[in-house]
Design a protein around this ligand. Structure first.
Ligand code: CA
Length: 671
């Protein structure tokens, strides 16, 4: 490419189209041409700023190319995210074009914090922060704030205070992510609004399209976060967002073309058409974080704490919340099981398991009644078992008939209900069937959480959006579904047949950014109270144990049933009695999304190694045992080729070669 000399200051290559200037002969035209060129020039000659992660391995380059703000991300010499657009389109101005980069202020940020309900109990966070200021027509219009840790790149926008207005509408973000050619995708399509069961979508309950090509846009509406990309030999990228609350919309990932994806705002039809698709913000405003977690292996993705590093608690816990395990009749017994006698039997079952709770699902208001619920709560208290109660979120955004109805969508009814809960000693709620990702719905999630905290109540969301940093933002937040959860194992054999495949996806995608209320670890052979009919499990008992470790949520309601005390192996029941639900640390060990997964979690002095195999062939793996002292006594739960499980005690060596059969599992834990 030829070089053109324009003035003493600049020397560079020109884009196609600017070359014609050299053919001008008339002097006046040359001058005009040079002036015209100078304006093209100032933008064609981009300002470029770069900064790196604390370990120097991740590099982010921010530029203004032809008036477009862009960034790109390298790990070492390898490009992971190519030049991708930044910017906001607002009612005050379109900050996606005619931008110049005024500069970036770079500093190191460090924070230590505790996080007892997800992934890692204590986090020492360190990152490079760069505040990059962009101008338009000589006026500063926005900052893009970057955070670069050793495994994550995140950015958000700061919209600056204005003299003549205090509020602003963000209609669209240009925020893009350019993945290299040949990248393979693992993503869940976003569903259309007001569809699915009783018009309850989108609720983040779609099947993954895994091992897929780029250039598609899901079912036409993009993809739900988080989204996983395999860059072949180079490594892996996980894209998500965090820090979303009632002051913005939650977003999705849209394909623009080829390898370019961008942030998409909610769809107009969500929430039965109520509320805008834009974000309405008060100035100055900082938008939610766009997060990119990357590495040569899946380790940074399994181990990342970026959803929590970038947010802060929004209020103080009104009390010390107790997480832990519980049982749940509905997954095996369905609606008919939501009656007084059966719930009493499950309270006894939870007590026998040493569990802290029972979740009473839909229709309890009609089939049990408020007074009898109070009796059950009092009975549970004598056994050390608290109750979670199910609610329909619905105001005007779903047709689901399941009750209680109309208790959670408005402040007066909600707070009156919660005052009753507190008076009878209810531990928590599970609120289902939300209306999408618009700002009004994000505000409802936040209002339910903050009201519940006033009454000392833990909150689980179902039929809902992805939690985005909520484990740290809201101290009484317990868990969210946002996944095709265990109910589908009851509803259809197809889900049972694909159970291990999906679990090997969730481990590396959905559950890496937030708690996942899956409601699994079934030890029944069949999803029916008589354990003889209905859909049947194709996975082993050891697999059930393994997913209790693989899937994380600080509150777990396992799909166990009272009959499992006598019909399931004693070693499996003993394990399920003891398995923790909160952890100190997590480590990626091995795996490929959809095929197999092996990770390790630490609780105190105990390391639990958990593996599953969804591949057609038995998995032979060498397990590193270096986290145990040599000679330590280990309990090894494993399957034979016919999926008959058992537990053996072995002494720790440096490593162990194991075989996990198809649909089988593995758990290793020190005694
Ligand atoms: Ca659901």
């Amino acid at each position: 490419m030829p070089f053109y000399f324009v003035n003493n200051a600049y020397l560079c290559t020109l884009e196609q189209g600017t070359k014609l200037i050299i053919y001008q002969i008339n002097m006046k035209k040359i001058i005009l041409g040079v002036l015209a060129l100078a304006s093209v020039w100032s933008s064609a000659w981009a300002t470029e700023k770069s900064f790196t992660s604390p370990d120097g391995k991740l590099t982010v380059v921010v530029e203004d190319q032809n008036g477009i703000a862009t960034y790109r991300v390298n790990l070492g010499a390898t490009e992971f995210i190519g030049s991708s657009p930044l910017g906001l389109n607002t009612n005050m101005g379109n900050y996606t074009t005619d931008l110049t980069l005024a500069g970036c202020e770079v500093k190191t940020v460090k924070e230590s914090y505790d996080l007892r309900n997800i992934k890692q109990s204590h986090v020492d966070y360190e990152a490079t922060e760069a505040v990059c200021s962009f101008e338009q027509k000589g006026k500063k219009v926005m900052d893009v704030i970057f955070r670069v840790s050793n495994r994550d790149v995140a950015y958000r926008y700061r919209i600056l205070p204005q003299r003549d207005t205090k509020v602003c509408i963000v209609n669209e973000e240009a925020s893009g992510f350019k993945l290299p050619e040949g990248t393979i995708t693992f993503m869940c399509p976003q569903s259309r609004p007001m569809g699915g069961f009783a018009r309850t979508s989108p609720s983040y309950e779609t099947s993954y399209t895994d091992d897929d090509q780029m250039g598609k846009n899901g079912w036409g509406e993009g993809y739900s976060f988080p989204c996983l990309f395999h860059l072949g030999d180079k490594g892996w990228v996980l894209i998500s967002e965090t820090g979303v609350d009632g002051s913005y919309v939650a977003s999705r990932l849209l394909n623009v073309n080829g390898g370019l994806y961008k942030i998409g705002f909610p769809q107009p039809g969500e929430c039965n058409g109520w509320g805008s698709t834009s974000a309405s913000v008060a100035l100055p405003c900082e938008t939610p974080w766009r997060t990119i977690t990357l590495g040569t292996t899946l380790a940074p993705i399994v181990e990342t704490t970026v959803p929590f590093d970038l947010v802060a608690p929004k209020y103080k816990a009104s009390q010390e919340y107790i997480y832990g395990k519980g049982s749940w009749s509905w997954i095996i017994g369905m609606d008919a099981s939501c009656n007084y006698d059966e719930q009493k039997r499950y309270i006894d079952f939870s007590a026998a398991m040493g569990y802290q709770t029972v979740l009473i699902d839909a229709l309890w208001d009609k089939q049990i009644g408020y007074d009898k619920i109070a009796e059950l709560a009092a009975y549970g208290k004598t056994k050390g078992v608290g109750l979670f109660l199910w609610y329909n979120s619905n105001g005007t955004w779903n047709d689901a008939p399941q009750s209680p109805l109309g208790k959670m969508d408005k402040s007066r009814e909600r707070r009156a209900e919660m005052a009753w809960m507190k008076s009878v000693g209810i531990r928590g709620i599970k609120v289902d069937f939300f209306g999408g990702d618009k700002q009004n719905m994000m505000q409802l999630y936040e209002d339910i959480l903050s009201d519940a905290n006033d009454f000392g109540i833990l909150v689980i969301f179902h039929g809902c959006t992805l939690p985005r940093g909520w484990e740290r933002m809201y101290p009484n937040y317990a868990a969210s579904e946002a996944v095709l959860a265990s109910e589908n194992l009851h509803f259809g054999q197809g889900a049972c047949d694909a159970e291990a495949h999906n679990a090997a996806l969730h481990t590396f995608i959905r559950n890496t950014v937030g708690s996942m209320d899956f409601g699994g670890s079934t030890l029944n052979k069949f999803y029916n109270a008589d354990n003889k009919r209905g859909t049947h499990r194709v996975t082993s008992d050891v697999y059930a144990l393994s997913t209790a470790v693989l899937f994380q949520s600080a509150v777990q309601h396992f799909a166990l049933a009272p009959n499992n005390l006598t019909d399931a192996p004693a070693w499996a029941i003993d394990f399920m009695k003891d398995v923790p639900t909160t952890w100190d640390e997590v480590k990626f060990m091995d795996g490929y999304p959809g095929k197999y997964a092996i990770i390790a979690r630490r609780a105190g002095d105990h390391w639990f190694i958990a593996g599953i195999n969804a591949d057609k062939e038995p998995l032979k793996a060498t397990i590193d045992l270096s986290m145990y002292g040599k000679g330590a006594e280990l309990l090894v739960y494993s399957d034979d080729a016919q999926l008959n499980g058992g537990v053996t005690t072995v002494k720790a060596k440096k490593q162990m070669v194991v075989t996990i059969p198809t649909n089988g599992g593995l758990v290793i834990v020190n005694k």
